[in-house]
Design a protein around this ligand. Sequence first.
Ligand SMILES: NC(=O)c1ccc[n+]([C@@H]2O[C@H](COP(=O)([O-])OP(=O)(O)OC[C@H]3O[C@@H](n4cnc5c(N)ncnc54)[C@H](O)[C@@H]3O)[C@@H](O)[C@H]2O)c1
Length: 82
Amino acid sequence: MNIIVTGGAGFIGSAVIRQYIKETEHNIINVDALTYAGNLESLSEVEKNPRYHFEHAHICDKEAMEGIFKEYQPDAIMHLAA
Ligand SMILES: NC(=O)c1ccc[n+]([C@@H]2O[C@H](COP(=O)([O-])OP(=O)(O)OC[C@H]3O[C@@H](n4cnc5c(N)ncnc54)[C@H](O)[C@@H]3O)[C@@H](O)[C@H]2O)c1
């Protein structure tokens, strides 16, 4: 499955992504605006995994989100951006 995780550079999202990359075969697309709360270092252990993708985008940016949806055709979305 292709799973979009919004806010994946945050506290909960990064933990979810690390677990999903390590324990499942899903493709994970991290969509994060990298606000003060976002920290990509928390994903350093999975960043080179070919099933992990990062998109620097704001979830309110309709055009960017439509492009991400078109590119990745997600089966599920876990919405953790806050
Ligand atoms: N941490 C907790 O203990 C806890 C408990 C219960 C519920 N929650 C809820 O879970 C969610 C995530 O919590 P967290 O602690 O991981 O938050 P966090 O602040 O650590 O992470 C939020 C992430 O969302 C990103 N973000 C913010 N606005 C964005 C936007 N417009 N577009 C894209 N990305 C954006 C930030 O860059 C950051 O990486 C929140 O809704 C929070 O209320 C958290």
